[in-house]
Write a protein that binds this ligand. Structure first.
Ligand SMILES: O=C(O)C1=C[C@@H](OP(=O)(O)O)[C@@H](O)[C@H](O)C1
Ligand SMILES: C=C(OP(=O)(O)O)C(=O)O
Length: 669
């Protein structure tokens, strides 16, 4: 997951290959709760591992359910249900911003009894729950609002047990603010239907109906067959009781799939098979699969079977649409992004619920699409988007995401703009709600419209290149190439394979096929962690012996260039800006006085308990500088267009900030 302050998504040209998406949020949290209310154990496979499911799992564990993760698998969990036992009490449950946890748990705990406090993040305390609380109070449940009336946090105050429930008349609930109120009652009321039928009556026009279909389908998997009469009446038969089906496989998230379907539709046609999405198909139980219909209306070419979808460009530009999106409230945000590429204004209607989700999504979308160059009109329950005039109308923008995962995922789709402008996504980590690895998944499938951006940090030994480059990579969320490590790894591999350090051809062959991996600050050679071995004195000496050999340098060139992957690369070395990435948009030549560098080296050695002589260290460094600058192959020198940075009197943070400032100066936003 990208935890950086912002993420610059370079302009993208296409997506290709295969992506496997994480499990459905709506199914995951329903199945977890149903498993918790059932008798027996349920193994849940394909579970979504994200903020929304983590708060649900945590809550279930606090309630006294057995929650066991499968060894080494974040997407599999074993739930031991309460099976009629009372939940642990009192509890204080923190439910983040997960509507699928807050609403259903409120109803379930009100019917299970005990003393429970349910709270969430600040925005959760602005998301309505009053209609559900009212329905539960009419039933006789004791619930207090601890903040604003109609909103969390809430307290279920049933320490003395569940009061007698008023089940003679239908349980009434409003359906026009969120379908999750009805879902919550449908999931909880089977607990009260052992000895009598229970009827739920919806008041007002029910929104987001396909989510009720998911609820009913999963109730059935757990042994409760609710009879639906239109969208107004739902009858839970007498004798209902939850039984674990033993194992449930969660299909991939259809709302998450919408971003990849859209990306496929926005991709330049490159002949390939388009983008294949694995883990859900046209037969998905989730309502957001109907995004496919809407995408096709806009001209996308979407095919699919059971367990797979394939998306690629069809009509181009896309066709403008005027659509009622009430049935796909989440995926409709993706349509708003596709509308930027349409042949006229598109209108998305009947989406009033956008205003009470992770943020006011109508207002947020309006503000951010305008930044990109679109003309946008918003109404209480609609949004109309007139796309930017082809290439000329698009603007590079820094998109605010309002702690809304869907705003962040949507923003990335602006990177397909015909002007090939990058897009800045603020606070990318908000995707943690439902798709923590969204950007990694996108970048693995995406092809950039232009060369991947590279920042080169070249400079003499002990100037602090590695520290600066690694810190920059961490701040930008980019990959990091320690090119010196490639030479040292070649030296290590040569010693292990018994290749002589003057056998240029054999060394070059070795270098060309180096099985090297950089991961989480460690370096792996042929599956072995060689991070320490690379730093040894011996490896360093061997590396400087083979580094000047032209065939070795040529062999490592491709390897180094191959490391320029989305979203960007910070490369440190001696010839990054002059040879390897000669076209890089920012090159820094990092220096420090010989005295400063000798002092740093002295301190490093002292920290390791090695005594040294500062004057000798300084002389050695100066001699090495002279050798490096005068050698025939790739001499150490600053690229013509490099910016010099002398960090003798700067802290690491000051150096990092200076380079970030230079980078920012080159950005269009
Ligand atoms: O029941 C569900 O799983 C959901 C229902 C929808 O909410 P509303 O019914 O509030 O529109 C949807 O937006 C949400 O992401 C998930
Ligand atoms: C509205 C959403 O979430 P929640 O389940 O919290 O309602 C969403 O995921 O877009």
């Amino acid at each position: 997951m990208f935890t950086t302050e912002f993420l610059d998504v370079p302009a993208l040209r296409a997506v290709q290959g295969r992506v496997r998406l994480p499990g459905s949020k709506s199914i995951s949290n329903r199945v977890l709760l149903l498993a918790a209310l059932s008798e027996g154990a349920t193994r849940v496979r394909g579970l979504l591992d994200s903020d929304d499911t983590r708060v649900m799992l945590q809550a279930l564990a606090q309630m006294g359910c057995g929650v066991r993760r499968a060894d080494g698998r974040a997407d599999e969990v074993l739930i031991e249900g309460l099976g009629g036992r009372a939940p642990a009490s009192p509890t204080r449950l923190f439910l983040g911003n997960a509507g699928t946890a807050m609403r259903p748990l409120t109803a379930a705990l009100a019917l299970l009894g005990g003393e429970h406090e349910l709270s969430g993040v600040a925005r959760m305390h602005e998301r309505p729950i009053g209609d559900l609380v009212a329905a539960l109070r009419r039933l006789g449940c004791r619930i207090e609002e601890l903040g604003q009336p109609g909103f969390p946090p809430l307290r279920i105050a049933e320490a003395a047990g569940v009061p007698p429930l008023a089940l003679d008349a239908p349980v009434r609930v409003r359906g026009d603010v969120s379908s999750q109120f009805l879902t919550a009652l449908l999931l909880a009321l089977p607990l009260a239907a052992r000895e009598r039928e229970v009827t739920v009556q919806v008041e007002g026009e029910l929104i987001s109906r396909p989510y009720i279909h998911i609820t009913l389908a999963l109730l059935e998997r757990f042994g409760v067959a609710v009879q639906r009469q239109g969208w107004e009446r739902f009858v839970i038969p007498e004798g209902s009781r939850y039984q674990s089906p033993g194992e449930v496989l969660v299909e991939a998230d259809a709302s998450s799939a919408s971003y990849f379907i859209a990306a496929g539709a926005l991709s330049a046609p490159e002949g390939g098979e388009g983008l294949v999405i694995e883990g859900l198909g046209l037969d998905a139980v989730q309502g957001d699969i109907r995004f496919v219909e809407a995408a096709r209306l806009m001209g996308a070419d979407v095919q699919g079977g059971s367990g797979w979808l394939r998306a690629r460009r069809g009509a181009w530009p896309l066709k403008a649409v005027d659509l009622d999106c009430n049935h796909i409230p989440d995926a409709a945000m993706t349509l708003a992004m596709m509308a930027l590429y349409a042949d006229g204004p598109s209108t998305l209607r009947n989406i009033a619920s956008w205003r009470v989700k992770e943020t006011d999504r109508i207002a947020a979308m309006t503000a951010e699409l305008r930044k990109l160059g679109a003309a946008v009109e918003e109404g209480a329950d609609f949004i109309r988007i007139t796309p930017p005039a082809l290439a000329g109308g698009w603007r590079a923008a820094s998109i605010c995401t309002y702690d809304d995962h869907r705003m962040a995922m949507c923003a990335s789709l602006a990177a397909f703009n015909p002007a090939a402008l990058p897009v800045r996504v603020q606070d990318p980590k908000c995707v943690a709600k439902t798709f923590p690895d969204y950007f990694e998944t996108l970048f693995a499938a995406a092809r950039p419209a232009r060369a991947v951006p590279v920042i080169c940090i070249d400079g003499p030994t002990a100037s602090g290149k590695g520290t600066l480059a690694a810190a920059l990579a961490a701040r930008l969320g980019w990959h990091y190439l320690d090119s010196g490590a490639l030479y040292r790894a070649t030296a290590l591999a040569a010693r292990q394979a018994g290749v002589a350090l003057d056998d240029e051809a054999a060394l070059a062959r070795l270098a060309a096929a180096l099985p090297l991996r950089f991961e989480a600050g460690r370096v792996w050679l042929d599956g072995r962690d060689v991070s320490e071995a690379l730093r040894s004195e011996q490896t360093g000496m061997d590396a400087s012996a083979l580094a000047p050999l032209p065939a070795v340098r040529a062999a490592l060139l491709n390897l180094q260039r191959g490391m320029a992957r989305l979203p960007g690369l910070v490369a440190d070395g001696r010839d990054m800006g002059t040879v390897v990435f000669a076209d890089a948009p920012l090159k820094v030549f990092l220096t420090a006085s010989a005295e400063t560098r000798a002092e740093r080296r002295y301190k490093q050695l002292a920290a390791k308990g090695i005594s040294a002589n500062i004057a000798r260290l300084r002389d050695d460094l100066q001699a090495r500088d002279a050798r490096d600058a005068s050698r025939a192959a790739a001499p150490l020198k600053a690229a013509q267009d490099a910016l010099a940075l002398d960090n003798s009197c700067l802290s690491i943070e000051q150096s990092v900030q200076q380079v970030l400032d230079w980078w920012q100066d080159r950005q269009p936003f």
